[in-house]
Design a binder for this molecule. Sequence first.
Ligand SMILES: [Zn+2]
Length: 366
Amino acid sequence: MAGADHVLARSFMARALRLAEQGKASTHPNPRVGCVIARDGVIVGEGFHRRAGEAHAEVLALRAAGGKAEGAEVYVTLEPCAHHGRTPPCVDALIAARPRRVWAAMQDPNPLVAGKGLDRLRAAGIEVEVGTLGEAAAALNRGFISRMSRGRPWVTLKLAASLDGRTAMASGESQWITGAAARADVHRLRGEAGAVLTSSATVLADDPRLSVRLDGDWRQPDRIVLDTHHRVPSTAKVWAEGARRLLLSSDAAAAAPPAGVEALTVAADASGQVDLHAAMDLLGRLEINEVLVECGPRLAGAFLQSGLTDEIVLYLAPSLLGHEAQPLAHLPGMVRLEQRVRLKPVDLRLIGEDIRVIAVLEKGEP
Ligand SMILES: [Zn+2]
C-alpha cells in the first residue's frame, strides 16, 4: 500500500508534469521537463524547461526555492542530468542545495547515462525514488525516448478521409473535406511534433504550407520533403518558413536546392525511392524527436508497411465519397487478411463535426 508520502508525491508529480507540458512545443531537441520543490507539503519552488540552451527545470525550481530547498522534497519528471550539455549538470545544483529526497518520474532514456544522475544523488546522501507517474512522463517525452533508445523520431501519420475511407475523387480533385476545428487540431499536432514531413508528390499536387497558424507562442515546425528527383520548385510554399528546411533525396547528382534548404542524400530502396528507414535514422541524427507525416496515399502506405509508423491520427469527415474515389493508403501486395495493418485505438472523439481516431500500430509478429 502506498504511504502518505507516495500519495503526496503523485500530486506534486502531476503538477510537475503539467509544468513540463508548457514546454511541449518549444523544448526540442531537449526533453520536456517540469520540477516542483515542496517542504512540509507546500510548494516552495517550481519550474519547467522552455527551450534548449535555457535553464533546466530543476535549476529554475531551485532558484525559486532559494534556501528553502534544503531538507525539501524535489519532484522532477525526468532523471536530473549528470553531464555537461548546453548548461551545467542539474545533479551538481541539486547536491549543492541539499534536499532530503529527489523523486524522479523516470530514468534518463539514454542507455549510456540512465541511472547515473540518480546514482550521484544517492552517493551524496540524498534519498531517491523513481517511477512516480512514470507512464505519463514517458508519454510526454515519447519522441525524446524514441530518439535516445531507437535512434529515430517518433512517427505520427496524419490521415484525413471520408467515413468510407476515401480521400479525393478519382480525378484527383481534392480539397479539405474536414472542418475548421479538425484543421486547427492538425496545426496543434504540427507545433507539438516540431517537424512535418511530406512528399514531392503532395507538394506538387497541393502546394501546402504545413505551417502552424494558431494563437500563442508557436514555433514553426521544421519542413522535411522526400523528393527523390528534386522536383519541388524553390517557390513551393512548404519552403516559405520553418526553422529547418530539409530536402531528402536519393539522387546525389540532382540540382542545387533552393536557398535556405538543406539537401541531404539518403540511400534508395529497391524501388528507387528514398529509403524510409535510412531517412528516419538520418532525422534521429539531426536530433529530431518527433515527426508528423502528412502525405498522399502512396507515401502513407509506405510508412504503414515500413514498420516505422508509431501512431496514426485519422480525421473522418461526415461524408461518403464512393468506391471510385481514392483510398486512404496504397498497400501494395496486401491480398490476405493476415497481412492487414493492425491498430490499437487509444482515443476517439469529435473535433467539430469530424471524428478523430488516434491509434497506435501493433508491432511485432502478426
Ligand atoms: Zn538538467
